[in-house]
Design a protein around this ligand. Structure first.
Ligand code: THU
Length: 134
């Protein structure tokens, strides 16, 4: 569970992160902020490519930055778009890799939260690392 202060920190950081989006094709800027269990914050924004499928979502940029820095345990992630759009299926699967408990906050560009739940809430029936254990 996030504290009220952590919720605000995440949403503010995701609003800020959105400004770094490279989205010349869709013009749909997305910002994400991820809070690790030890209190470190990672920001991400979507990065598009002229070869469209090579583009990467904001959520995965933030998660991959954190994982590459050695983090595995997360408290929550905030995602900000102009209309409070929802994380794509690929990003939900990447979130689920690191647990179904972390909070997910979906907010619009004004930082108004339109949905709050857990990773498990937004990916019911997830395939997880537990499936690969004997
Ligand atoms: N996008 C994200 O960054 N996160 C999502 O969860 C959904 C979509 C990006 C990908 C692309 O750059 C743009 O939004 C439009 O699809």
């Amino acid at each position: 569970m996030l504290t009220e202060q952590e919720r605000q920190q995440l949403v503010d950081a995701a609003v800020e992160a959105r400004a770094a989006a490279y989205a010349p094709y869709s013009e749909y800027a997305v910002g994400a902020a991820l809070l690790t269990e030890d209190g470190t914050l990672y920001q991400g924004a979507n990065i598009e490519n002229a070869a469209y499928p090579v583009s990467i979502c904001a959520e995965r940029v933030a998660i991959f930055k954190a994982v590459n820095a050695g983090h595995r345990n997360f408290k929550g992630i905030a995602v900000v778009t102009r209309d409070g759009g929802s994380p794509c299926g690929s990003c939900r699967q990447v979130m689920a890799e690191f647990g179904l408990q972390p909070s997910v906050l979906i907010a619009n560009a004004e930082g108004e939260v339109v949905m709050e739940g857990s990773v498990g809430d937004i990916l019911p029936g997830a395939f997880t690392p537990a499936n690969l254990l004997d």
